[in-house]
Write a protein that binds this ligand. Structure first.
Ligand SMILES: [Zn+2]
Ligand SMILES: [Zn+2]
Length: 90
């Protein structure tokens, strides 16, 4: 059975492939610079374990969206905390 790339849905070969840490699916990752393969993800240093993991473009996108949302949430909360004031009355 041939594995398919979770990002582009094309079959992956046995060499230029990596497993995404987040969704556990395989995706294209060119291990040699001159291999005619487009990367569908990238290596990444995991913050908590400080080890190298891999992430596919789909999870990368999700993660970025999540981070952007968290940042927006934090900014809004900061603004409310600073601007709000006057909550010590009662
Ligand atoms: Zn792919
Ligand atoms: Zn993934």
């Amino acid at each position: 059975m041939q594995e398919k790339c979770v990002v582009c849905q094309q079959p992956v070969d046995e060499v230029n492939v990596a497993r995404c840490t987040y969704c556990g699916k395989h995706f294209h990752l060119a291990w040699s610079v001159d291999s005619p393969i487009e990367n569908c993800g990238r290596p990444l240093i995991d913050d908590t374990s400080q080890s190298m993991v891999f992430i596919c473009n789909r999870c990368q996108e999700l993660l970025e969206r999540q981070r952007a949302m968290e940042e927006e949430f934090r900014e809004r909360r900061d603004r409310e905390l600073k601007g709000g004031g006057g909550t010590n009355d009662r």
